[in-house]
Design a protein. Structure first.
Lengths: 314, 429
């Protein structure tokens, strides 16, 4: 077992993981290094550690989620924590309880970690002001999804050996995507060049101020890219409100083998899931193990979350 | 009441083009008897009260054209008494109150209620607005004639906009005949759906739905087009962007008669101040870019914007301690209206006279009230302030019942020392 004991060298490390924007490069690298070790552990026969034994982790999910929630669940359990998952969509909030009330109630039970997913941007920040334990953001509104970006980074490093110097395209509904935002910050921080590709109606204002090149022409945006990250496009946005139709979107922004040719020869595809096959990505391409990292992303997600839980649980 | 004489005052009264060291005499009825540099101590009888202002500034009591008082329905946010205290501590003696109470002020019996309630509980001059449309729903107009007959000063749906162009045309048409003041909040709802912040870099970074300045501009353009057809007394409550200002400029140059206001928040803050989801800076219209703020300041200077308002909007903590998108909109401000405005004097972006003008005679003229001036015979509503005194905003020390100030911790320069209402001292430090 080669899990590094600790990284106590960094003092005053922040208590919460609210977003990549407030993360330093040292912290990001720390998490990624630690996660590398956990990949090995997760592939071994005995997956259970006791690093977080006696610690309580609460997963507070105000939005339905399959992979993120189960990933955090598993990550906590593999580290030996007591994990409690709460699906809040039909719980106290319906009875008029505010986020703060819920936070105070949970805080009284002395958790060591709260993992929160919320539909409102900034909700984890608010929560973190009111509780004594570490808060980990598992996605808030359209603002950030830091562990997704970290697992994406780990997946890239795992395959390409590095991130520095790579050219990464993020394509799809940038406007509504927290994954895009976190990835823009993290990939930039780690030295990649980031292209964002979206139709104008799904491109946020002033995106260029975030250090990316923006494209509406997918072929141009993919030129010379090492990594192509596709984003999920929600159905209701394709029926005339943001875009004319599904098939028009697929025509111009769906990732097909033909469009992929504009990227580098050895370009790899990623997707945070869940996918709309045949809408943003060709279904065969998504399953092609030679170019698609999608399954690996899910696998490495557990490792990254283990590293985060370990780091922030004090 | 004894006669009073204020001496050694720097009198600034833009209604008379006055900025001079002099004296002011209030007669035994609390009215201005004499004012200016030629007034002498010997002009008053021996029994009168002498107040030496030692060079501090004396202006007409300020007129705030947009404030919310929680009565009836939201007494826990603010009531007439607490609003009065906050206003007087800020040198504000006349307040235009908004009708979006619970119930909404849209009928005659409600007007009678608040006028009586205000008379009994408030200690400032209250000028109540009624809503333009029933329940502020933007569908059916209220009884403009009857309501103004009972003492309504103007009509506003507060932070709601009449979306229906046909209805707006009829409102302006009807209002043009009976001469009532229509105060519009300019916001196109389709463009501002779910928005809680300016549409720009900060919205992108914080992941919040933004509203473009276009939403404001489109309504202003529409209303000003209607105004050519139906020339009523039309006022735009608050503008927030350079784009809107350009439209106003174009129309004012063409000689169109209307007026516009701006919130002190939009003159003193920009979207960057929102920082890490500070909900106390969630405002409507939203804070915009620094270039918008600068344009608005210039707009005040050029006279394109007539009044500065506090947009005083008390909210309890519960409504603010929520994720940004869910949090209530608005900030208190009546008490800090003058000191925060003086910031623009101290940083040399506006002349002092201009600031006082937008807080006194300009709103009084728009409202057609005899306030905002200290010309001979005027009511003795007076604000005295130390132009230089530094202080730091601490929400706990503010008099409002709610503490949602947008400028907590800000260092200000300029402090109200005394406020007189109808010749009586109603506030002193």
């Amino acid at each position: 077992m080669a899990v590094k004991k600790n990284n106590t060298a960094i003092k005053n490390s922040p208590k919460h993981l609210l977003g990549i924007q407030s993360l330093s490069i040292i912290e990001a690298k720390e998490i990624l290094d630690e996660a590398k070790e956990f990949i090995k552990l997760n592939r071994s026969k005995s997956k259970k550690l006791d690093i977080l034994r006696g610690k309580t982790q609460i997963n507070l999910f105000f939005e339905p989620s399959t992979r993120t929630q189960s990933s955090f669940d598993l990550a906590g359990k593999r580290l030996g924590a007591d994990v409690m998952s709460m699906n809040m969509d039909n719980s106290a909030l319906k009875k008029g309880e505010t986020l703060i009330d819920t936070a105070m109630t949970l805080n009284a039970m002395h958790p060591d970690l709260i993992v929160i997913r919320h539909q409102d941007s900034g909700a984890p920040n608010l929560l973190s002001q009111k509780v004594n334990c570490a808060v980990i953001n598992a996605g808030d509104g359209r603002r950030e999804h830091p562990t997704q970006a970290l697992l994406d980074a780990l997946t890239i490093i795992n395959r390409k050996g590095k991130i520095e110097g790579l050219k990464i395209a993020i394509c799809g509904d940038i406007l509504h995507s927290r994954v895009a935002r976190s990835n823009i910050y993290l990939m930039n921080m780690l030295g990649a060049e980031v292209n964002v590709i979206a139709p104008k109606t799904l491109m946020p204002k002033s995106i260029n101020r975030m250090g990316v090149n923006s494209f509406t022409d997918m072929k141009k945006g993919l030129e010379g890219c090492d990594i192509v990250m596709m984003l999920r496009l929600q159905n209701e946005r394709m029926q005339g409100s943001f875009l004319p139709s599904k098939r028009e979107y697929y025509e111009f922004y769906g990732l097909t083998p033909e469009k992929l040719k504009f990227a580098k020869k050895d370009a790899l595809i990623m997707h945070p899931g869940p996918m709309n096959r045949g809408v943003e990505i060709d279904t065969k391409l998504a399953d092609d193990i030679n170019v698609s990292l999608i399954k690996e992303q899910v696998e490495l997600g557990v490792a990254v979350r283990m590293a985060c839980l370990k780091k922030y649980c004090k | 009441m004894k006669e009073k004489i204020f001496i050694n005052a720097r009198i600034i009264d833009p209604s008379q083009n006055m900025d001079e060291i002099g004296s002011l005499i209030l007669n035994d009825k609390g009215k201005v008897k004499a004012i200016g540099k030629n007034v002498k101590k010997t002009d008053v009888g021996s029994g009168s009260e002498l107040i030496d202002l030692k060079g501090n500034v004396l202006t007409p009591g300020l007129v705030d054209m947009k404030a919310f008082v929680g009565e009836p329905g939201y007494e826990y946010k603010e009531n007439f008494r607490t609003l009065s205290h906050a206003a007087l501590a800020g040198g504000v003696t006349s307040i235009v109150t908004m009708p979006n109470t619970k119930p909404i002020i849209d009928n005659v019996s409600m007007v009678d209620f608040i006028i009586r309630r205000g008379r009994d509980k408030a200690n400032v001059n209250l000028f109540p607005c009624a809503s333009i449309t029933q329940q502020c729903e933007g569908k059916l107009m209220t009884e403009f004639g009857l309501l103004s007959g009972r003492g309504i000063i103007g009509f506003s749906d507060v932070n709601k906009t009449i979306q229906n162009t046909e209805l707006m045309a009829r409102i302006m048409n009807y209002a043009s005949d009976i001469g009532v003041l229509i105060m519009q909040h300019a916001e196109d709802y389709e463009l501002s759906k779910n928005a809680c912040i300016n549409d720009g870099e900060i919205a992108t970074r914080l992941g919040l739905q933004g509203v473009s300045a276009l939403a404001e501009k489109i309504i202003i353009e529409r209303d000003l087009s209607l105004l050519s057809e139906y020339p009523c007394r039309y006022h735009i409550n608050q503008i927030s962007s350079k784009q809107s200002l350009d439209v106003i400029k174009k129309n004012k140059i063409n000689g169109k008669q209307f007026s516009a206001g701006v919130s002190i928040n939009n003159l003193a803050l920009n979207e960057n101040d929102i920082g890490d989801f500070k909900t106390f800076l969630k405002l409507s219209p939203p804070l915009r870019l620094e270039e918008d703020r600068l344009a608005l300041v210039q707009g005040v200077k050029d006279g394109l914007i007539d009044v500065i308002v506090s947009d005083h909007l008390p909210e309890d903590e519960e409504s603010k301690r929520l994720p940004f998108a869910q949090a209530a909109t608005g900030a208190i401000g009546v008490e800090t209206l003058l000191p925060l405005s003086l910031e623009m004097y101290h940083n040399e972006s506006l002349p002092l006279n201009k600031i006082i003008e937008t807080l006194t005679i300009n709103p009084a003229k728009i409202l057609k009230i005899k306030k905002g001036s200290l010309a001979k015979g005027s009511d003795g509503d007076i604000c005295v302030f130390d132009l230089e005194a530094p202080w730091k905003v601490n929400a706990e020390n503010l008099k409002s019942k709610s503490k949602n100030t947008a400028i907590e911790g800000r260092n200000l320069q300029g402090k109200v020392l005394m406020t007189y209402l109808n010749g009586e001292l109603v506030y002193s430090v």
